[in-house]
Design a protein around this ligand. Structure first.
Ligand code: ATP
Length: 376
């Protein structure tokens, strides 16, 4: 049941210089953003960063202080919500309790005066896999099922864009995970643009093609989940999308495509392409290394690991066994609380607190940030 086709630009969302202030407070700083037709786009950020305000300006529920909203070629900035080709799903499902599931979904069609709604409603209920539940009342369904009804109801009028405001916020963790995959499947099937607001980085990464990480009313970085994770440009983004170690280093020299850095008496190398800091000698770089990218070797076995390239000695300060992996905290001259996650498939029983270890990693698995720029 593909409703629109990927090359139809009418489902593009284009925000141009859009901003929102409340008195002296700026909730959203002037923002330019394009969401291409048919993509699953997530606005990700902590509470108060302006993501809901941005979504509500697309919906027409909030009037921008300045800037414009385009849906496809149409400037909708001055249009009320109901005249925009969008629909919104909220965290509170807001189903009609006295109507059965079929009638809840049919509501939008009946309001438009349509008489023969059966085929469309059944198609929509099949899409959200609730064909069997049509005659039940909302209170007879689980939270996840009710949210799927809300999605079906929002899609029945064939919006060009579906806006989702923390739609899974009320569900428990397991159901949330299921619904993430379910919403992703529905989006792929209908092929329309989804703009999804969440504060949950794992949710954004699971579902979205493109994620905008928001911080204090600005988009801090935009990219695919993998790109944001592998190439964060600020410590904020690096920390929001997981855990990272940061090593304060100084540029020593440039060697071909590699930047050579001094840190804690040792040397680190970083591909120049992965360093967003100025790489002139003496430049200060924060080298980010994700805990799962590090190999941890007992010092007795570390003879093979070449000295001078991302090889750091240290001592295990703490370890926690968490099933599939063990999380270690290592004290080293370059970083006092170095976090290392090791898969337990080859767990070494000697790796206990107090053990001398060597950490090393592939330079391609790290990133360099501008320490000066990130100082705020
Ligand atoms: P949350 O996840 O908590 O909803 P958010 O990132 O979606 O957070 P917004 O709801 O967009 O954040 O709010 C952004 C900022 O604007 C917040 O600091 C909020 O207090 C403020 N704000 C929102 N609506 C109003 C309003 N009507 N009047 C004054 N300030 C507001």
């Amino acid at each position: 049941t593909t409703m629109t086709n990927k090359t139809d630009p009418s489902g593009d969302v284009r925000l141009t210089g859009i901003a929102k202030t409340y008195g002296a407070f700026t909730a959203v700083h002037p923002l330019d953003l394009t969401v291409p037709q048919g993509s699953f786009f997530a606005l990700l950020g902590a509470s108060g960063c302006g993501k809901t305000t941005t979504l509500r300006m697309i919906a027409g529920l909030e009037e921008p202080t300045r800037g414009t909203v385009h849906l496809g070629d149409q400037d909708v900035t001055a249009l009320p919500p109901y005249k925009r080709p969008v629909n919104t799903v909220f965290q509170s499902y807001a189903l009609f309790p006295h109507l059965n599931i079929f009638e809840n979904v049919a509501f939008g069609l009946r309001r438009r005066g349509l008489k023969s709604v059966k085929k469309q409603v059944e198609e929509m209920l099949d899409l959200v896999q609730l064909g069997e539940q049509a005659r039940k009342k909302p209170h007879q369904l689980s939270g996840g099922q009710q949210q799927r009804v809300a999605v079906a109801r929002a899609l029945i009028n064939h919006p060009k864009v579906l806006l989702l405001d923390e739609p899974l916020g009320a569900l428990d963790l397991k159901l949330r995970r299921q619904m993430q995959l379910e919403l992703k499947r529905i989006q792929t099937e209908v092929g329309i643009t989804f703009v999804h607001v969440t504060h949950d980085q794992e949710e954004a990464m699971t579902m979205a093609d493109t994620v905008a990480v928001m911080n204090a009313g600005r988009v801090e970085q935009l990219g695919s989940p993998a790109d944001l994770y592998e190439n964060p440009r600020t410590t904020f983004v690096a920390n929001f999308l997981g855990t990272s170690n940061f090593i304060e280093a100084e540029v020593d020299s440039k060697n071909g495509d590699e930047v050579v850095l001094k840190a804690g008496g040792g040397k680190l190398v970083l591909p120049a392409s992965r360093c967003s800091a100025p790489a002139g000698t003496g430049g200060r770089v924060l080298v980010g290394v994700r805990p799962e990218k590090i190999s941890l070797t007992h010092a007795d076995d570390a003879g093979e690991i070449p000295v001078g390239r991302n090889r750091i000695t240290g001592k295990i300060a703490d370890s926690s066994f968490i099933g599939v992996s063990t999380q270690y905290v290592v004290d080293s001259p370059v970083c006092s609380d170095f976090e290392v996650y090791a898969q337990n498939i080859d767990r070494d029983p000697r790796l206990v607190p107090g053990a001398e270890v060597v950490l090393h990693w592939n330079p391609a698995h790290t990133f360099g940030l501008d320490a000066a720029q990130d100082a705020d």
